[in-house]
Design a protein around this ligand. Structure first.
Ligand SMILES: NC(=O)c1ccc[n+]([C@@H]2O[C@H](COP(=O)([O-])OP(=O)(O)OC[C@H]3O[C@@H](n4cnc5c(N)ncnc54)[C@H](O)[C@@H]3O)[C@@H](O)[C@H]2O)c1
Length: 158
C-alpha cells in the first residue's frame, strides 16, 4: 500500500514512516520542511535500509498534492502536516487557521480529485483542554488548552 504522509519529515510523521516501512508499506513523504530537516530522510533510510520518496511541498498547494498522489499511485493519506504550538497559535491565529484548517481542506479537495478515499487525521489531545482524568477517551468534552499555565481561568479574561 502506498501511503502519502503529509508532515512525514516531522516528529510523529517520521516515526510513522519507519513503522509503515517495517509493516511492508510504502510511505511517500510530503513536507514543506517548515519544522523539519531533510536529514530526517537519511535517518529513516539508516533505520530501515529503505529510502522513502520525499517531495518538498505545502499542503495548501492543491496541484502539488494531486501530482504526488497520481504519480505515486497513492492509496491512502496520513495527515500530520500542521502547526502545533499552543502558545504560538494564540499569537498567530490567522497563520494557524490557514495552515491547519485551510491546509486540511485543500488536502481533502486534492484527494477527491485524485480519487484517494482513505485518510487518517492526526488530531491532538489538546482539544480536550486540561482533562478531569486520564486516560482521555474520545467521549470527553472538548475544551481549550491554556497557553499560559494549567488553569482555564484565562478564558474568562480574554
Ligand atoms: N507531538 C505530539 O505529542 C502529538 C501528539 C498528538 C498529535 N499530534 C499532532 O500530530 C501532528 C504532527 O505533530 P508533530 O509533533 O510530529 O509536529 P512536527 O512539527 O514535528 O511535524 C509537523 C510536520 O509538518 C510539516 N508542515 C507543517 N505545515 C506544513 C504545510 N503547510 N505543508 C507541508 N508540511 C507542513 C512540518 O515541516 C513538520 O515536518 C500535529 O497535527 C500535532 O498536533 C502531535
Amino acid at each position: 500500500m502506498n501511503v502519502l504522509v503529509t508532515g512525514g519529515a516531522g516528529y510523529i510523521g517520521s516515526h510513522t514512516c519507519v513503522q509503515l516501512i517495517e509493516a511492508g508499506m510504502t510511505p511517500i513523504i510530503f513536507d514543506n520542511l517548515y519544522n523539519a530537516k531533510s536529514a530526517v530522510i537519511d535517518r529513516i533510510e539508516k533505520i530501515t535500509s529503505n529510502r522513502p520518496v520525499f517531495v518538498k511541498g505545502d499542503v495548501r498547494d492543491k496541484q502539488a498534492l494531486v501530482d504526488v498522489m497520481t504519480n505515486h499511485n497513492v492509496d491512502a493519506v496520513i495527515h500530520f502536516a500542521g502547526l502545533k504550538a499552543v502558545g504560538e497559535s494564540v499569537e498567530k491565529p490567522l497563520e494557524y487557521y490557514d495552515n491547519n484548517v485551510n491546509g486540511t481542506l485543500v488536502l481533502a479537495d486534492a484527494m477527491r480529485e485524485a480519487g484517494v478515499k482513505h485518510i487518517v487525521f492526526s488530531s491532538s489531545a489538546t482539544v480536550y483542554g486540561d482533562p478531569a482524568s486520564v486516560p482521555i477517551t474520545e467521549s470527553f468534552p472538548t475544551s481549550a488548552t491554556n497557553p499560559y499555565g494549567r488553569s482555564n481561568s484565562w478564558l474568562k479574561n480574554v
